[in-house]
Design a binder for this molecule. Structure first.
Ligand code: HEM
Length: 399
């Protein structure tokens, strides 16, 4: 495939759409050492003596062991629990279990565009992400389109409660109360009925597995909420980002349309390298780290802010012209196309095949629409406490 990037001739080229919002909004946890180079980032993320230090990590340690979500577990317990979900993302499972649903959902969403002649991609991407991760968890199975929309609304309400980190005083107290109600609503209307149904007739989903292992309702709720955050919020932004890049660049769009599966994947991964949805991860060495497991990186109490965004533009890892969107980079560098955007080491994202394939399915259906064009200037908002961005107003129209 021809490279879009004209490096080194065009060495000043910068194709990022979220860089300004990031630069203006980024902040790192006070006291953390910021690691920016790709080798350093990999070393920290692969170091078995370092533990999660992300948002809520300290609060999570107060929970019963089986109530702690996968992402906050470490060591043996983490390995055991991770085994529960990895097979859902095997190539076979993606092809047989999820691909038909991806295509059906893409057809419904793009069908709405064809009827009404306009569609907000940032809303369609939410419907897509909720449908697929909801299928994995079990909470959206067998629901009608209207019921699906209701579930999507309930999940959106409790997930985006994190916006209350901007609030203080009585506003924060009210927001907290409201957030608790939203979580209850999700429990009562989505999780509890699914648990009840799976007790009678298990299916091939996360809730069935947790029920079979006698997890408490609270543990199941926490697991479901974590998967919603990890899998839905991220994929929503990724789909919007990809649509924006493809609709804004005729050459890239043509390459995507003419490309085979591998070529299309390389484009998606290169977009994700350039603009990682999660910019920073956190790790720390426990205060009571036993001396026998301490090592140069793991010094008791030391904490790291691991910048995936910087590592992904480290020329030593990704080659020349790191700010240019170059679909040939993956092949040239002989590395994973998304580089570190899905993390690395023991917590590396297990859901990456689901996210990439559902984005591919939606784009393949969307870009075939006659007269499709971007009809607004998308807005990027930085969300500091999650080290992520939100893209809104991705309005498309068609003939
Ligand atoms: C483009 C979309 C996605 C991006 C950018 C993304 C990114 C990431 C990153 C960076 C991590 C590592 C976190 C860390 O090391 O602290 C992670 C972990 C995780 N992701 Fe994703 N993710 C995406 C989609 C998904 C999907 C669709 C699912 C499926 C439900 C998912 C489930 C998870 C889970 C369960 C973990 C924790 C794994 C563990 O701790 O072992 N993600 N993700």
């Amino acid at each position: 495939m021809a490279s879009l990037a004209k490096c080194p001739i065009d060495s000043g080229r910068d194709d990022r759409k979220t860089a300004v919002a990031y630069e203006q909004g980024v902040s790192f946890k006070p006291g953390s050492e910021v690691v920016r180079d790709a080798d350093g980032v990999k070393s920290v993320l692969r170091n078995a003596s370092l533990v999660q230090d992300a948002l809520d990590a300290a609060a999570m340690k107060q929970l019963q062991p089986d109530e702690i979500p996968l992402i906050f577990l470490d060591g043996k317990m983490h390995r055991e629990r991770r085994k529960h979900i990895t097979d859902f993302f095997s190539p076979r499972s993606i092809k047989e279990k999820f691909a038909p649903l991806m295509e059906k959902t893409a057809d419904i969403l793009v069908g709405e565009l064809e009827q009404t002649k306009k569609l907000r991609i940032d809303e369609a991407s939410w419907q897509m992400a909720v449908t697929l991760v909801g299928e994995l968890i079990g909470v959206t199975r067998g629901k009608s389109r209207a019921q699906m929309k209701q579930t999507a609304k309930r999940i959106e309400r409790f997930l985006y409660r994190t916006h209350m980190s901007d609030l203080k005083g009585w506003r924060l107290a009210i927001a907290r109360g409201r957030a608790a109600l939203y979580v209850m609503d999700f429990l009562i209307r989505d999780v509890r009925p699914t648990v009840k149904a799976r007790r009678k007739a298990p299916q091939d989903d996360v809730i069935s597995r947790l029920v079979a292992e006698n997890y408490t309702e609270k543990a199941i709720l926490i697991d479901a909420m974590t998967l919603c955050g990890a899998g839905m919020q991220t994929t929503r932004e990724f789909i919007s980002l990809v649509a924006w890049h493809l609709l804004d660049n005729d050459d890239l769009r043509r390459q995507f349309m003419e490309g085979d599966y591998d070529a299309q994947m390389a484009i998606l991964e290169e977009i994700l390298r350039l603009e990682p949805i999660v910019s920073t991860l956190y790790r720390r060495a426990p205060d009571d780290l036993p001396e026998k497991v301490a090592n140069p990186l793991a010094v008791a109490g030391h904490s790291y802010a691991v910048s995936l965004r910087h590592a992904n533009i480290d020329p030593a890892a990704v080659g020349e012209c790191p700010f240019a969107l170059d679909p040939a980079r993956k092949e040239r560098q002989q590395d994973q196309g998304a580089f570190l955007s899905f993390g690395n080491g023991m917590h590396r994202c297990p859901g990456s095949p689901l996210a990439l394939n559902e984005t591919l399915a939606l784009m393949n259906r969307l870009l075939k629409v006659k007269g499709l064009k971007l009809a607004s200037k998308p807005q990027v908002h930085w969300v500091p406490h999650l080290a992520t961005f939100e893209i809104r107003d991705v309005l498309v129209t068609c003939d």
